[in-house]
Design a protein. Structure first.
Length: 155
């Protein structure tokens, strides 16, 4: 059983519902998603990882971004289809709702690094936006590792 204890997600059966009823707190979880886009760039790469709901399944894609004739072009590198539940577990396990408004300012004395921008539409019309430069929200690595695992599990 996996427990993440940073006040945004706790996965122990109905325990969270029990606590919510006692303390009157609203459970902050993602129950649906339309699209999640994670844009990553560094010195020698630019990529988009995108999760989209299509026909009851989640389509996870990774695109390399190339510039051709001064226009940005997305080139599909990998694609995988998985269940909505797998993605919801990943997004909630990473406490994605808590990322909204995150701004990770680039640390001093760091010459380069990875920049990210996350845009997501969840729970109908709820927008999540986060970005940073070599400064990431809590559980960022779990999200990127989870997406990587989904894209590469058939290999």
């Amino acid at each position: 059983m996996r427990i993440i204890t940073d006040h945004c997600f706790l996965r122990i059966g109905g325990y969270m519902n029990f606590l919510s009823a006692i303390f009157g707190r609203k459970k902050r979880i993602i129950t649906s998603f339309e699209i999640v886009t994670l844009h990553l760039s560094g010195m020698r790469f630019t990529t988009d990882q995108e999760i989209v709901m299509k026909d009851g399944s989640a389509e996870v894609s990774e695109y390399a971004l190339r510039y051709v004739n001064s226009k940005e072009e997305r080139v599909l590198k990998k694609r995988a289809v998985c269940s909505e539940k797998e993605i919801l577990d990943l997004l909630n396990g990473c406490c994605l709702l808590s990322w909204d408004g995150f701004y990770g300012k680039h640390p001093k004395r760091i010459k380069d690094g990875t920049m990210f921008t996350l845009k997501a539409t969840v729970n109908g019309d709820r927008q999540i936006y986060a970005h940073g430069s070599q400064n990431f929200p809590k559980h960022y690595r779990e999200l990127t590792d989870g997406i990587y695992a989904l894209l590469n599990r058939d290999e």
